[in-house]
Write a protein that binds this ligand. Structure first.
Ligand code: ARG
Length: 462
């Protein structure tokens, strides 16, 4: 028979072209377990309101259990003719229970409040999954930092040598940004814990149902929607989720770009494990950082999902409009992409090897200790403006002679400035430069050790 939920006032069934356009079952089928959970909760409030007898409720719940099992084992699936997951599952319930009882469940609810609720439930589950995957990446990065407590590398600004930093310090910078992403997911989850169920199509229900009971049943810690119009029409929870996943992608892309650069012959800072690299079909010698490149590429896709969604929402009048069916595929895709990317990315970071000699060799290159000369002069009482000039003069002399700062002779130092006594050499080495930056957040081994301990405590608490 006709599976449509809205056939009553129509003389004809939908045109084939409409059915094909309208169908969402091929992508919203993943909401099926949530739809069934929602139906259970809804059946209970219908019964509480006296609209189902206890015996009907028991049969209804048993029918939903059987339907759930047949969805889980694949023996029941939605088809294009069902339009969407909600319609398909109603058909399934009617098959289980017959039309008399099966047809009672729809009272007091609409696909509009259903879909908003189920979508939140789905995304909340995936926020937790993605949060867990981020924690695993953070663990891998923390281990990488911990395994290299004393490796110096060239710290860069503008991709130019700036000042030496500890490799562990650099790696932990990425852990910090991932911590904020994980925090964003938790805060989003907190904000999203309000159930739209009971909002009906937009105006609420006249049947004396209890939206707060449904909310509690479905795990929405902050109860049910305060406004049924907002409950059915708002999708800022989707946009915010899309932003957070895009931000995660962008943060991964920044790590990825560095891995790609570090892995070049010219840098040779890291070597990727064979199991997390790919070869070339023509060049036998090739070993490529494809995981990092895919992370960089997928970050663009995640940004696209966010901007596409915002464009769908822009200027959309309240309450529900069918445009909103376009809200799911982008963020389902964002979940799918991150859930396949993060484990590979973590594996790549957990298994790469660090070329400590190469990093250490380049750490002082490019006159990266010039700031140390300037700050040493400041400690001798020289105004920073003058100290900056003097250190710059040192660099100029070195560049002209093709030497490094520590190769300047005592006479050359003295000729540049009377303040440059031979003691300046004490800061012209990487370990001294690192150790001197021992304030909170600095690159001294002691400060990085404090940071590492804090990060580990935070991660253990989550
Ligand atoms: N499949 C729709 C969606 O994903 C929900 C159904 C609401 N349809 C409707 N005509 N009111 O948004």
């Amino acid at each position: 028979g006709d599976v449509r939920l809205w056939g009553g006032r129509f003389a004809d069934g939908p045109a084939e072209a409409l059915a094909r356009l309208s169908a969402s079952v091929h992508f919203d089928w993943r909401l099926a377990p949530y739809d069934i959970a929602g139906s259970r909760a809804h059946a209970r409030v219908l019964s509480k309101a006296g609209l189902l007898t206890q015996e009907e409720l028991d049969r209804m719940l048993a029918g939903l259990d059987r339907l759930e099992a047949s969805v889980a084992d694949g023996s029941f699936t939605g088809t294009i003719a069902d339009e969407d997951v909600h319609t398909a599952l109603e058909r399934g319930l009617l098959e289980q229970l017959g039309a008399d009882l099966g047809g009672k469940l729809r009272a007091g609810r609409s696909r509009n409040d259903q879909v908003a609720t189920l979508f939140k439930m789905y995304l909340r589950d995936h926020a937790r999954i993605i949060g867990g995957l981020i924690a695993e990446l953070q663990d891998a990065l923390v281990s990488l930092a911990e395994a290299h407590p004393d490796v110096a590398m060239p710290g860069r600004t503008h991709l130019q040598h700036a000042q030496p930093v500890l490799f562990a310090h650099h790696v932990l910078a990425h852990v910090q940004s991932l911590s904020r992403d994980a925090e964003r997911l938790r805060q989003w989850d907190e904000r999203t814990a309000v159930s739209p169920y009971g909002s009906g199509a937009l105006a609420g229900s006249s049947l004396g149902l209890d939206p707060e009971a449904v909310a509690a049943d479905l795990g929405f810690e902050h109860g049910s929607a305060a406004n049924s119009i907002d409950g059915t029409a708002s999708r800022d929870f989707v946009a915010e989720f899309a932003f957070i996943t895009a931000m995660i992608g962008v943060n991964l892309s920044r790590i990825a770009e560095e891995v790609i650069i570090w892995n070049t012959k010219e840098f040779s800072f890291v070597t990727l494990h064979d199991a997390f690299s790919t070869g070339s079909s023509i060049m036998p010698q090739k070993k490529n950082p494809d995981i990092a490149e895919l992370a960089r590429g997928k970050s663009g896709r995640l940004i696209g999902n966010l901007t596409g969604l915002l464009a769908t929402l822009k200027a959309l009048p309240l309450a529900y409009n069918r445009d909103l069916q376009e809200d799911k595929e982008p963020v389902f895709d964002s979940c799918d992409q991150l859930e396949v990317l993060l484990p590979a990315f973590t594996g790549m970071m957990a298994t790469l090897t660090v070329n400590r000699e190469r990093m250490a060799e380049l750490a002082p290159a490019g006159f990266s200790l010039a700031t140390d000369i300037a700050e040493w002069l400041v400690r001798q009482g020289v105004p920073f403006r003058v100290a900056h000039e003097v250190a710059g003069e040192c660099v100029k002399v070195c560049e002209k002679q093709g030497i490094e700062l520590d190769e300047l002779t005592d006479d050359q130092f003295a000729a540049i400035s009377e303040h440059l006594t031979p003691e300046v050499r004490t800061v012209l080495n990487v370990s001294g430069a690192l150790a001197s930056r021992d304030g909170r957040g600095g690159t001294a081994p002691s400060a990085v050790a404090v940071q590492l301990a804090e990060v580990k405590t935070d991660l253990a608490l989550q």
